[in-house]
Design a binder for this molecule. Sequence first.
Ligand code: 6GU
Length: 226
Amino acid sequence: MRIDIITVAPELLKSPFEHSMMKRAIDKGLAEIHFHNLREYGLGNYRQLDDTQFGGGAGMVLMIEPIDKCISKLQSERDYDEIIYMTPDAKTLNQVTANTLSLKENIIILTGHYKGVDQRVRDKFITKEISIGDYVLTGGELAAAILCDAVIRLIPGVLGDEQSALTDSFQDNLLSPPVYTRPAEYDGMKVPEILLSGNFPKIEEWRSEKAIERTQQIRPDLLDEN
Ligand code: 6GU
């Protein structure tokens, strides 16, 4: 999978890709990440990227022309399956979206800044808009890193233990059950007996009960989504 990230702050985004699972995916050749500094497509001597809003109002808006130049250059080199815009005024990211995106060949991620981008960028180029939650970040860079992490770990071959992505929280719209490791008793707190029993069908039943219980308590909204 190839991901092209268009940003005004590439430095803010690079380090998550140099560690852990994302580094492993890149080293294995399963993911390829390319950063594009929007500034290089800016207008005039000052490489201008943004301007004030028509109609008035606080905050600068990213102009269409630099973004058009950058996206058009990429599109002249290869076909893209999705052109994603990271913005708080969009549907929130969930596991279904991450699963779907992990099967794509080439995607572009455009990260917003300031007051966002000229609406005509969204109308002309963007095929999918994603928010990572109901709060506002300074820019879309950290959100893009989070999206990439959620997607890249699902690319077949990235996770060592192929099972583990399937038992993640949210994979079946449920939170994960509690987990324990040694010691079996700590400061009077005991690990639930069932987990020490070796009775694996019973253990699975217990885990599934606990997953439902935890979901009912903490995220009952997830149960309504089925
Ligand atoms: Cl994708 N961008 C920004 N700037 N803020 C956010 C977000 C994205 N998702 C949640 N808040």
